[in-house]
Ligand binder design. Structure first.
Ligand SMILES: CC(C)(COP(=O)(O)OP(=O)(O)OC[C@H]1O[C@@H](n2cnc3c(N)ncnc32)[C@H](O)[C@@H]1OP(=O)(O)O)[C@@H](O)C(=O)NCCC(=O)NCCS
Length: 196
């Protein structure tokens, strides 16, 4: 009987010491480094790499071909689209060792990182923020913000369900998620979900 509660395809390489939570699924040709910490009920798609100084929460979905490098933190419920890119050196040069200059990236709870987007290191992606496919993000993203393009620019707000919210980019206002009917409030350029 296995001495762990996750499942891993036989082609996956899981270095001794890695922490992986219950019911996490590890698919073909994944490599997980020895100091990585991964929560429960995650999914790591084909050809995913997880570095040493990486912390991943619960219920995180990482699609095929994503490398999560050192100094990246993913909170619970984050979605990483296929082939999206994390970075950890801001100004790499082949002949200069910058391993002590890694910049950290934090992706907060519930955020979506669209397919093929790139996060330039040293930024924070807010709770339930949504990065469109192919965007290049080089600055912090507020909670619930929808950003697209190169460089990424905010074009709206997204609900926790993943529906566009009918709110202006700045100022004040309120609206409901077209799917769940939950109310979102825009106050002083920040969006939050109204709690009961
Ligand atoms: C952002 C997204 C959800 C679309 O949201 P939406 O509210 O339906 O946006 P719309 O299609 O109405 O587009 C609004 C504007 O943003 C632009 N836009 C939308 N997505 C864009 C993107 N990824 N990059 C650049 N521009 C984009 C549209 O062209 C449109 O521009 P316009 O107003 O000048 O015509 C979708 O385009 C996207 O990127 N989804 C991510 C898909 C993905 O990565 N899935 C991974 C799992 S398979």
């Amino acid at each position: 009987m296995a001495d762990h509660n996750y499942t891993a395809h036989h082609t996956a390489i899981i270095d001794t010491g890695a922490t992986i939570g219950a019911d996490t699924r590890v698919w073909h040709w994944v490599h997980i480094s020895s100091n990585a910490v991964i929560g429960s009920q995650c999914s790591l798609g084909q050809n995913v790499y997880i570095g040493n100084q990486v912390s991943i929460g619960n219920n995180v979905k990482i699609q095929n071909n994503v490398s999560v490098y050192d100094n990246v933190t993913l909170e619970d419920d984050v979605f990483c689209g296929p082939s999206m890119v994390f970075t950890n050196v801001y100004n790499p040069r082949s002949t200069i060792n910058r391993k002590d200059e890694y910049k950290s990236t934090l992706v907060k709870q519930g955020a979506t990182l669209g397919a093929n987007c790139t996060l330039v290191c040293g930024i924070t992606v807010g709770r339930f923020a949504f990065v469109g496919a192919g965007a290049v993000v080089n600055s912090d993203i507020p909670d619930y913000a929808l950003v697209v393009g190169v460089p990424a620019r905010q074009v709206g707000w997204m609900s926790e369900f993943g529906e566009k919210l009918d709110l202006p980019l700045s100022g004040n206002g309120s609206c409901t998620c077209p799917h769940t009917n939950e109310t979102y409030i825009l106050e002083n350029n920040r969006v939050s979900k109204q709690t009961a």
